[in-house]
Design a protein around this ligand. Sequence first.
Ligand SMILES: [Zn+2]
Length: 122
Amino acid sequence: MPQVRKNRFIAAIYSFLVWGLGELYAGVNNLKIGIGIVLMIFWFIYLGAVSIVLPPVYISVPIYLLFSLLSSFDAYRDAEKFNIKVEFEEESRRSPGICPNCGTKLTGNPRFCPNCGHKLVE
Ligand SMILES: [Zn+2]
């Protein structure tokens, strides 16, 4: 049964709305999940601070949008990475120990196929 793919656009939209949420959704690795949680806390603190300090809109909104866009872009790429990882895992499960590109039998766990140079490890 094929593993679930992550939708890049959903990841981007999530992170645009709540910083870090898209990173959590993509869940590409533990580090990025941690970063996602930190971003969400940061988002919460930022909104709290803005509602208390009430800085001018021309300051608070651009900062908000900047972080939204950065997180959004990051989450988009995370979802992409996740999907590549899943595809590679499926590929190697189908034919373990065989280069998915040229079919050469592999010994050990090489990063590149010794025959065609195909990248085996992400
Ligand atoms: Zn090969």
